[in-house]
Design a protein around this ligand. Structure first.
Ligand SMILES: [Zn+2]
Ligand SMILES: [Zn+2]
Length: 68
């Protein structure tokens, strides 16, 4: 996928919405917001072996876990 990360983000230009993209998509190689795109791999990469990992801060360190 060569599109910018936020091309899939319907609220990407609405800075009044407190969205925090906590996911990282292996196919997009960019951040994914679970709030706006909860089924990202299913919707955007149905034929790809894409993986979205969840990135969260645990005690000051970034922790990655497989969200789907
Ligand atoms: Zn993606
Ligand atoms: Zn969002």
């Amino acid at each position: 996928m060569d599109h910018p990360p936020f091309v899939d983000h319907p609220l990407g230009e609405d800075f009044g919405v407190p969205c925090i993209p906590r996911g990282f998509c292996s196919a997009c190689a960019g951040p994914v917001c679970f709030h706006c795109c909860p089924d990202h791999t299913t919707v955007h990469h149905p034929s790809m072996n894409a993986v979205v990992v969840e990135v969260s801060m645990v005690e000051g360190f970034p922790a990655i876990s497989y969200a789907m």
